[in-house]
Design a protein around this ligand. Sequence first.
Ligand code: C2E
Ligand code: MG
Ligand code: MG
Ligand code: MG
Length: 289
Amino acid sequence: AAKEAGRATYRFFTPELNRRASDRMWTENNLRRAMANNELELHFQPQFSLDDRRLVGAEALVRWRQPDGTLIMPGQFIPVAEDTGLILPLGDWVLGEACRRVSELLRHRDLLIAINLSAVQVRRPGLAERVAGWLSAYGIPPSALELEVTESVLMDESDVVSETFSQLREMGVPLAIDDFGTGYSSLAYLKRFRVDKLKIDRSFVSGLRADDPDSGAIAEAIIGMARSLRMQTLAEGVETEEQYNCLAAMGCDQCQGYLLGRPMPYEDFLEFVRRDVATAELRVAEVVD
Ligand code: C2E
Ligand code: MG
Ligand code: MG
Ligand code: MG
């Protein structure tokens, strides 16, 4: 009977494991070609100031557009890229492409573009030089970028990591912690590195209820700590007006989420920026009248 159960379990798990293994293999085999073929693109999700809902910037999020138009999301290929080392050329492409877009966007208005960095990229010596190279190639100020890393990256005690972050700091490139609160419990790294912004993870935002003060306990604690350490806060994954209002009441600085804007292709984001500029000019004109 045990043997039979074992065999049943085996049969039950195999198709799923097989599918995942072959997905991975497919991704691995095709990602390199996709990069050479220019199939990667950056989408931009707008970020807003919480008190007045004004656009302040965007997060750049990579997508893989297949020749037939299908979009593959980063969750499917970033982990594979990290395992195979392809994340190094991929991450460098993201940096260059983001800087190119920033140089165009800055002609319309001041914005801050956030870029995700993988741990693999940060552990490899030379990242700060790469960033400096792209900044000067496109003639953009370091303060127009923001680099996002997760907590685990800052827990790394290696000299390479602290050297890279101190170089970036000296250059004036802001640093944000992504998915804050979901990683490690030690906060010692907040004293070792100067962090500009904490991005409050979506898991602490999704449950916010106006009629339940406990639902906001963690978000509120993060905002309080950020304030005393003079860091900004940005809430991720804001989907409802109720969540928005709870965060505003707590004094969170910024937000991003489906409520105010989904990630979108560059051309759509440019249109978004243009409309924002036009609205602001209209407001100024009304005040002058
Ligand atoms: P992340 O950096 O935490 O990005 C936020 C993710 O949440 C994005 O998923 C975004 O589309 C999604 N999101 C935004 N607003 C909402 C909302 O209101 N509700 C919900 N349910 N989701 C929302 P996406 O684009 O699939 O990216 C997933 C992850 O892939 C990112 O998480 C980031 O860790 C990674 N990633 C994306 N682009 C890059 C990149 O260029 N380089 C690296 N190394 N990683 C990247
Ligand atoms: Mg991010
Ligand atoms: Mg995040
Ligand atoms: Mg997240």
